[in-house]
Every structure is written in structure tokens, then in C-alpha cells.
Design a protein around this ligand. Structure first.
Ligand code: C2O
Ligand code: CU
Ligand code: CU
Length: 554
């Protein structure tokens, strides 16, 4: 049953602001508690969970299966299993080289239809796994493609329409690491080695247990957990030495956006160097204090610990921000509803009965206007601060390497001949929509000429929430952001309103309420015949709810 407008307004208000930090606020004041003596950070090895698996041209059998007991890291209940040369893997990290051929045989060993989508890879429809074809329980699906992407961290996850969010949440996700010459140069220059000085950080927020049972409010906002895990570890510790580390961050959360930054034990922000994002290395490194990362986005960062002393600690945290899950009053005659003051568990929010006005307005039969969403986001609403990972310096080491001034060369997409396509994100009749439409299998409301260049103008209504918009098959260039909310505009690095994290090539871009984002897309397509792809919000509850359109390239 579609939610009523009123339910929607209530749901959106449920985790509205209450702990807004202005851009200049002291990090310590806005920050999270540190990590106590927690578990060691889980680091992928050459087997096991997220184990690094260098694929050659042999076909990899990848089995989607239920897991339990000791085989299930941190209570995951579904995963991708592989076994190669007598090594067993759970959600293997596929270690690949640009240009290589990849052959994978997916076996569906779970009780629902599934399909693997290779997030960010430039492949044809047959290999994209976008969900127009699925493997039913017991069936196989074969992939065979050649890598056309730049080096970067990509990933894979299920994509059966309507079932994606649950399967991903239960544990079906994995990394795809593609190297190329730029990557080789970087690793050589900084003496980086995967597993010791180069470490993936996969962010996921989960609730206790492995059940995925979204409420109406969860479907509206996205399914938020009350624990923030890094590589499935809660508030992990990592022992480090005084050198440069590379952290390759993937936000594999169903819905949560993080504002990532590092701080010292005495609460001072500790800047990091952004070197890449979704689509590979930036042209040049950029120093950042903090950066947003939405569902499916990646950040490639360097952290220089050379000047620290033994015993020093650094904490990776998500900082306080206004999540903007809200609906503004339609007119001055409608008073704004201050849900934050109603005790929804937003840290810093005043408790009390400020909501009585809304309670009355909700009318008879609505004794508890929050019944459907009370406690949404639990003790950890989106935008509230939380420590994620603690680094502890254990050892001094002599390390003289410097970050190269040039990381890659990447030509801009030439938009001189481009046509502009408007795309509006909004909500109507209980559903999040793109251009007022919801997804219909087999329909392709976006039709593109192969080898053409387009500019997409993605506009999010003011009365909305942030949406992490993702296109399959083609990386894009962010051209500009306009009318960004203040917290976003505070991070801009050029007069086009772009953020450091917008540079380079992207496959997912977060569009905030009231914001217009222009992206350039080069639809160069070497595959014969019509190809279809998906364009959708990567808040997986929004995606499953139909905030997705088919795109035909012909
Ligand atoms: Cu991560 Cu449709 O994708
Ligand atoms: Cu994708
Ligand atoms: Cu969305």
C-alpha cells in the first residue's frame, strides 16, 4: 500500500536535523566518542573474507549462498563463495588488470532470484547484470567480458529488482580492484603494498541480527543501521607505523551517507590527501579536511603519519551534518514541524513536548503520529557523529617518499556538441521518482545515441532528501553544482561549485535537496546492437522502490 502524503511528511521529519554543525565548528565538539579497546581492523588476506583473488583467464565459479556459523563473518547470512587452488573465499576481492578478460560463472544457491552487477564496469548489457535477466534459484549465469576501465576500486553486488537491498544487506558484496600503469607508478613511488600499507575500508551500517525487514519509514529514508562497521568490524583498531598509508574507502551501506574525516586524540582535524574516487586516480592530489561519501561511492585517500610519535592515535570518524531528510512547509501558514525537538534520538536534540501542535494537527485516530517511524535510525540517525576506526602508532620507521604531484592524465569530456537532458528527482504518490516516473522492467525512458556526448542536468527538489545517483556502464565527469546546501557549498573547491570528490571520473553522484548537478557523459559504445543500462538512486531502498529508469543506447 502506498504511503500517504502525511505519512511521508512524518517519515521525512523523523530524522530531521538536530545536530547541524556549521562548517567551521570545532571537530572535537561536534565529534564522536573515540574507539575504546576494540577489535583489530579486519584486513583482507589471500583467502577468506574479502580475500584477494587474482583472476587469470580461467572461469571463476562464484556461488551466491546462505552462510552461517563460523563461516559467516560478523553474522552475514548470505555471501558470494569461491574456491580456487584449494583456497576458500567469502566475497572475494577480484584483483584484475586493465584490459584483461574476465570470465565468471555465477551459481545461484540462495532461495531468491539474484544476479551480480559489476558496479562501475564499462561492459555490455549481457555482462552488466542490471537485473533485466536474473538467475533463478539453482540456475547459472555466465559472464565474459574484457576490462575497459581505468584502474580503480570498483565493486559487485546483487541487482534483482526489488530484492537488491535485502541481499546486499545480508552480506552479498565484494570488491573489484583494477590496476593499471598509473596505479603501478603510485604504488612504486610510495612503497604501497596491499594488506599492509594499502588497506580497503568498506563501510556498512547494520542493525543487530541479520534480519532485513524494512518498515515503511525505512523504505522512505533508506535502511539505517545502529552500528557503523568498517570491514565488518565495530570501532576497529589498527596498529600503524610512521609512513604514508593508502585507504581505499567504499561506502557499501544500503543508504547511509558519511562525512569522513580524521582527528587527533586532542580533537584536532588531521587532514588527508584525496587521490582518487569512483573512476580512478585524480589528475593531482588534493588536501581535504573531510568529505562526504554516499552509498556506492569510493574515496581513495592517503594519510601521512610520518610526523607522528609512538603512542599517538588518529580516529576516522563520520562527522555531524544535516542529513536533510525533510520536507519544508508548503507555505508560511503551515508551521515547520520540529521533529528534532520531539525526542527522535538525534544527539543534542532537546526532548520534550514541542510536538504537541503536530500531534493535534494529525487529527483523531493518530494518537501517536510517530508510530510508523519512532526510533528510525535508532541510536544512530544519519548525520550524527560516530568514531569508525582508530589508528595507533606502534613504531617509528624511516620513510622519505613524497606524494607525486601528478597522479594521472585524464582529458575532459568535450561537451561542445552535447545535448542537455533534464532529470528531476522527486516524490509523488508514495514513491521516489525520476522525471515523475518509477521503474518499469523493459521500458527505457532515457534513449541515447551511441557515441554521442550528453550533459545531464540532475535537479533534486527542495522538498526531498539527498539521492546518490548512479549510471551503469559509463563513467561521467561532474561539471558543476548549483544551489547546493551550505554544508556542501562549504566544501567547494572551484567556482563551478564542485567538491574535491567530484573531480576525475565518477559513477555515482550525491544530489542534495534543492541542488542542480550537471554531469557530462560520453556514450562511446563499442558493443554492437542496442544496449540497455540502469540509472538509479543507490539508496538501495529507493532503488528497490522504483527510483530507477532504463537507459537505451542505440
Ligand atoms: Cu551499484 Cu545499479 O548499482
Ligand atoms: Cu552499477
Ligand atoms: Cu534516493
Amino acid at each position: 500500500m502506498p504511503a500517504s502524503r502525511r505519512d511521508f511528511i512524518r517519515a521525512l521529519g523523523a530524522i530531521a536535523l538536530g545536530s547541524v554543525s556549521d562548517a567551521g565548528a570545532d571537530v572535537a565538539a561536534a565529534g564522536a566518542q573515540g574507539c575504546g579497546a576494540g577489535d583489530s581492523l579486519f584486513i583482507p588476506r589471500d583467502r577468506g573474507f574479502l580475500g584477494r583473488l587474482a583472476l587469470d583467464e580461467r572461469t571463476l565459479a562464484l556461488r551466491a549462498a546462505p552462510i552461517s556459523g563460523a563461516a559467516a563473518p560478523q553474522g552475514l547470512s548470505q555471501a558470494y563463495l569461491a574456491s580456487v587452488d584449494r583456497r576458500d573465499y567469502v566475497n572475494p576481492t577480484l584483483v584484475l588488470r586493465a584490459g584483461q578478460r574476465v570470465r565468471i560463472d555465477l551459481v545461484n544457491g540462495i532461495a531468491e532470484p539474484t544476479i551480480v552487477h559489476w558496479h562501475g564496469l564499462a561492459v555490455d548489457t549481457r555482462n552488466d547484470g542490471g537485473g533485466s535477466v536474473v538467475a533463478r534459484p539453482g540456475e547459472h549465469y555466465g559472464y565474459d567480458f574484457t576490462l575497459r576501465n581505468r584502474g580503480s576500486l570498483y565493486w559487485y553486488h546483487p541487482h534483482p529488482h526489488g530484492l537488491t537491498a535485502g541481499q546486499a544487506y545480508r552480506g552479498m558484496f565484494g570488491l573489484v580492484e583494477i590496476s593499471d600503469d598509473d596505479e603501478d607508478r603510485l604504488r612504486a613511488a610510495l612503497d604501497l603494498a596491499p594488506g599492509t600499507s594499502e588497506i580497503p575500508l568498506v563501510l556498512r551500517d547494520r542493525r543487530a541480527g541479520s534480519e532485513y525487514a524494512p518498515s515503511e519509514a525505512d523504505r522512505m529514508h533508506g535502511f539505517l543501521g545502529d552500528r557503523a562497521l568498517v570491514n565488518e568490524t565495530d570501532c576497529a583498531q589498527l596498529d600503524v607505523r610512521t609512513r604514508i598509508y593508502r585507504f581505499r574507502v567504499l561506502n557499501a551501506s544500503n543508504a547511509r551517507t558519511y562525512l569522513l574525516g580524521w582527528r587527533t586524540a586532542d580533537g584536532k582535524p588531521f587532514p588527508f590527501t584525496l587521490i582518487g574516487n569512483d573512476g580512478g586516480l585524480l589528475a593531482a592530489p588534493r588536501t581535504c579536511r573531510d568529505a562526504f561519501i554516499a552509498s556506492a561511492e569510493r574515496l581513495d585517500i592517503l594519510l601521512d603519519l610520518s610526523d607522528l610519535g609512538v603512542g599517538d592515535t588518529l580516529t576516522l570518524e563520520t562527522r555531524s551534518f544535516d542529513p536533510m531528510h525533510m520536507e519544508m512547509p508548503a507555505s508560511a501558514a503551515t508551521p515547520p514541524v520540529d521533529h528534532a525537538a520531539m525526542g527522535h534520538g538525534v544527539p543534542g536534540a532537546a526532548g520534550g513536548g514541542a510536538g504537541s501542535g503536530e500531534r493535534a494537527a494529525a487529527g483523531p485516530g493518530a494518537a501517536d503520529p510517530h508510530a510508523g517511524h519512532a526510533g528510525h535510525g535508532g541510536s544512530f540517525p544519519e548525520g550524527s557523529p560516530r568514531a569508525l576506526l582508530a589508528l595507533r602508532v606502534r613504531e617509528k620507521t624511516s620513510y622519505g617518499a613524497r606524494i607525486p604531484a601528478r597522479l594521472s592524465s585524464l582529458a575532459s569530456i568535450d561537451v561542445a556538441q552535447a545535448t542537455e537532458r533534464p532529470l528531476r528527482l522527486g516524490f509523488a504518490k508514495g514513491r521516489w521518482r525520476i522525471n515523475d516516473r518509477v521503474f518499469a522492467m523493459g521500458e527505457t525512458p532515457i534513449e541515447v545515441r551511441r557515441n554521442s556526448v550528453e550533459v545531464w542536468l540532475i535537479r533534486n527538489y527542495f522538498n526531498s532528501m539527498p539521492h546518490a545517483m548512479h549510471l551503469h556502464g559509463f563513467a561521467f565527469e561532474v561539471l558543476e553544482r548549483q544551489t547546493s546546501p551550505d554544508a556542501v557549498a562549504a566544501l567547494k573547491i572551484d567556482d563551478r561549485g564542485r567538491l574535491a570528490t567530484d573531480l576525475g571520473r565518477k559513477d555515482t553522484v550525491l544530489v542534495w535537496p534543492g541542488e542542480s548537478v550537471r554531469i557530462a557523459l560520453d556514450f562511446a559504445c563499442p558493443f554492437p546492437g542496442d544496449q540497455t543500462y540502469m540509472f538509479h538512486c543507490h539508496n538501495l531502498e529507493h532503488e528497490d522502490g522504483g527510483m530507477m529508469l532504463g537507459v537505451k543506447v542505440s
